[in-house]
Design a protein around this ligand. Structure first.
Ligand SMILES: [Zn+2]
Length: 340
């Protein structure tokens, strides 16, 4: 079968490898239909993180698949079912897993595509307890964006930031895979959305998604615009994932008692904070990484209700290099999929 293998840092190759054995106890045999790319993939492929891994490694953390075989003891699945596989192999038995907080698992066996073989292979086996069936009415390509991107947004906005209707939210990088979904979800909830983007073309696209105000961070200081738009009050929630370039301005954009939720640092991992500002303004700063398994089901239900992810483009497996280059250059609006 074909597989996309990382053979070393920046050495990605399409190879023919033997297919997996039949699924073992508790496992599903899957035919992968597509993988979706995330910034974390760029880091992973480029060798900038994840020291503990062995090459060659099959890449791909976010995928959609079809069940082809059922392992011993598995119930509730049938061949032909479409599923979203959870990206991390969590234990299912620790205190965090039992509480439905799988992204805090105390004994994770790794994230697929980073520490252990991922989904960019035609066939793979995966624990049935870590697979979520896709409801009718959700397109397969939309479901490909759920396991990492959409579920991350779901977890950030609702479990962590506790976003409410009528609130103001600042969404950074509104053209990114997660930013574009955050705009749509917040608008559907009834929030007022301010988005930042880079470049005039993305301003128009973010407005078309429903953002009430769009700031081109290449030409304007976003924190000044936010203060003006909110009559100096600030926003209730900042959706952060840019990091170094936006951190200080994000804090200045918050209203008293506001919440900042962050899941990334694509422009760099360091930022400073004025502690007097933190406690006097009573900010809440919340780190968010991945999502619990329940967020995948909630995300799929939200897509079924019409709040779809934004898909920029779809590439065949052989063109993954082009797709990664575009993501790295930020020449993208929404998600990039790679079909198998
Ligand atoms: Zn666990």
């Amino acid at each position: 079968m074909r597989a996309l293998l990382l053979r070393g840092d920046r050495d990605l190759a399409l190879e023919d490898i033997p297919p997996p054995p039949p699924p073992g106890p508790g496992e599903l045999g899957l035919r992968v239909r597509a993988v979706a790319l995330n910034h974390i993939d760029v880091w992973g492929y480029r060798g900038m993180a994840f020291a503990k891994r062995r090459f060659p490694l099959a890449v791909g953390a976010e995928a959609v698949a079809e069940v082809t075989a059922i392992g011993p003891g598995v119930t509730g699945f049938a061949p032909g079912d479409r599923v979203v596989p959870y990206a991390a192999l969590v234990c299912g038995t620790c205190r965090a897993c039992r509480a439905g907080r799988e992204n805090l698992c105390e004994n994770p066996a790794g994230v697929r595509g980073f520490h252990i073989d991922g989904f960019a292979t035609e066939f793979t086996n995966h624990p049935a307890r870590l697979a979520v069936k896709i409801p009718a009415g959700v397109a397969t390509e939309d479901a490909a964006c759920v396991a990492v991107a959409y579920a991350t947004v779901e977890h950030m906005l609702f479990d962590n930031a506790r976003l409410e209707p009528d609130e103001w939210i600042l969404v950074h990088a509104g053209g990114s895979g997660i930013g574009s979904v955050a705009i749509r979800i917040a608008k559907a909830l009834g929030c007022t959305v301010i988005a930042t983007v880079g470049g005039a073309e993305k301003v128009a696209k973010a407005k078309a998604l429903g953002a009430d105000h769009v700031i081109d961070y290449q030409t304007e200081r976003f924190e000044g615009v936010v203060r003006k738009l909110t009559a100096k009050r600030g926003v209730d929630v900042v959706f952060e994932h840019v990091g170094a370039d936006t951190w200080s301005g994000s804090l200045l954009s918050l209203k008293r008692g506001g919440r900042l939720v962050t899941c990334g640092a694509t422009s760099g991992p360091s930022g400073s904070i004025n502690l007097m500002q933190l406690f006097q303004q009573q900010y809440r700063i919340i780190g968010s990484f991945g999502s619990p398994l329940s967020a995948t089901s909630r995300a799929l239900a939200r897509i079924a209700s019409g709040i779809r992810p934004v898909i920029d483009s779809t590439y065949p497996l052989a063109d993954v290099g082009t797709a990664l280059d575009r993501l790295e250059r930020r020449d993208v609006f929404g998600k990039i999929l790679v079909t198998l």
